[in-house]
Design a protein around this ligand. Structure first.
Ligand SMILES: Nc1ncnc2c1ncn2[C@@H]1O[C@H](COP(=O)(O)OP(=O)(O)OP(=O)(O)O)[C@@H](O)[C@H]1O
Length: 295
């Protein structure tokens, strides 16, 4: 197959130079970031963004420089979770766009910060006849631009909060071939495990390293007496990790304060690090760091 470089002439649009220059820019940006980690799940609503925000805060508290790319382009929430308002003034320079700064100095780039108002949806086009293929191409391009044009600077970790589903990982793998790995998240319910199992299989087929599986909302913890009870009936998630031959990163209980504590200066893990759920989140971060150090 021919590449752009093989084309004898491109009609004077300098497309070859443009593509090469954009690839070099992305590489230069990514080379300054030591570890890139995706947090994903085939299933929606299992706590990807909440876990991403709290893992980021925990890493930052351990002295790491951390950034988050909100790759959930159509349902962005991580900026809000870390206290970056949707009207945060993004400083644009020749070199690119400065990311927002959230709790604990975590750098954030999210579609939410590019929308005209807090309740504005992401609309890729006003053309109601636009094909799904075209919209998907727009999304891929936007993802590339958010990665490439954000002035991330030197980071220890870039966490990528993925959208529900398993399709965007193909994009990320092309853009960041040096990806350290993915953290898969499920809740105990059989339907969630069924879908996440497919996501794990896909990543294995694509040879995307899997850091491990997190069981979120594993139990319910009473904030008053710390008693743990069942929240979702389902099979043992640790068993799923074993069957798939991937590490199990732990069980994170449901704690109603997780949704309450988010904002510019506080997150659940910073406020309640010693709670059962806080310690479980810390253990997930231990697992991620152990995986990274073993590479
Ligand atoms: N361990 C937990 N304890 C209590 N609440 C939680 C926990 N994890 C997530 N939640 C809550 O569950 C809801 C869904 O979480 P979140 O938005 O993080 O999921 P998501 O997987 O990112 O969703 P989406 O698929 O829409 O991107 C939120 O209200 C969040 O506060």
């Amino acid at each position: 197959m021919k590449t752009y470089n093989d084309l004898a002439s491109d009609g004077g649009s300098n497309i070859v130079e443009q593509v090469v220059s954009q690839q070099q820019k992305l590489r230069a940006r990514m080379d300054k970031i030591k570890h890139k980690v995706c947090l994903m799940s085939g299933k929606g609503g299992v706590g990807k963004s909440s876990i991403t925000a709290n893992v980021a805060a925990c890493l930052a508290q351990r002295g790491h420089k951390v950034g988050i790319l909100d790759a959930d382009l159509n349902g962005p929430s991580v900026a809000k979770l870390l206290g970056v308002p949707n009207d945060a003034k993004l400083n644009v320079e020749d070199e690119g766009v400065n990311p927002g700064e959230g709790a604990l100095g975590i750098k954030i780039m999210s579609m939410d910060m590019l929308l005209p108002s807090a309740d504005a949806p992401v609309m890729w086009t006003e053309d109601e006849k636009a094909s799904a293929v075209w919209v998907s191409t727009m999304e891929s391009t936007a993802l590339q631009e958010l990665l490439r044009d954000t002035i991330w600077g030197e980071l220890d970790y870039l966490l990528i909060d993925m959208p529900p589903g398993s399709d965007r990982i193909d994009n990320i793998r092309d853009l960041i071939p040096e990806l350290a790995g993915v953290v898969e998240i499920t809740i105990p319910s059989p339907i969630s495990q069924h879908i996440v199992s497919k996501s794990i299989t896909k990543n294995s087929k694509l040879k995307v390293p899997i850091i491990g599986l997190v069981e979120n909302m594993a139990t319910y913890v009473c904030p008053h007496c710390n008693e743990e009870g069942t929240l979702f009936e389902g099979q043992n998630v640790e068993e799923l990790a074993k069957t798939k031959g991937i590490p199990f990163l732990g069980r994170v209980p449901f704690d109603s304060r997780v949704s309450k504590e988010s904002g510019k200066n506080k997150l659940f893990v910073t406020e309640y690090p010693d709670s059962i759920t806080g310690q479980a989140l810390g253990a997930v971060v231990d697992g991620i760091e152990k995986f990274i150090q073993s590479k």
